[in-house]
Design a protein. Structure first.
Length: 117
């Protein structure tokens, strides 16, 4: 059974930084591409970043490019999202997932990020 537990969120002032972590289980983590998505109040869940199974390739939404960095530690079954220069519009619940499970409807436990102006 797939389990995804994100952590590291919190309240931060605009311009600040946070590092999110997501522990994944239920699949051979190192075989799968991973993604971060976020959902702001009243909005659809949206793509933030992705990383290939070996970590050699990453992709970012235009809105976070240059500010966020996705990484992974396959020995720890964990994917990370380093967020710098945070803006109030980054306020959302952040979720990770296996890329192949995006359409499954399962997103696990997200972590709230709130950026004050």
């Amino acid at each position: 059974q797939v389990q995804l537990v994100a952590s590291g969120g919190g309240l931060v002032q605009a311009g600040g930084s946070l590092r999110l972590s997501c522990a994944a289980s239920g699949r051979a983590f190192s075989n799968y591409d991973m993604v971060w998505y976020r959902q702001a109040p009243g909005k659809e869940r949206e793509f933030v970043a992705s990383i290939t199974w070996g970590g050699s390739s990453t992709n970012y939404a235009d809105s976070v490019k240059g500010r966020f960095t996705i990484s992974r530690d396959n020995a720890k079954n964990t994917v990370y999202l380093r967020m710098n220069s945070l803006k109030p519009e980054d306020t959302a619940i952040y979720y990770c997932n296996f890329r192949v499970f995006i359409s499954s409807g399962y997103w696990g436990q997200g972590t709230q990020v709130t950026v004050s102006s």
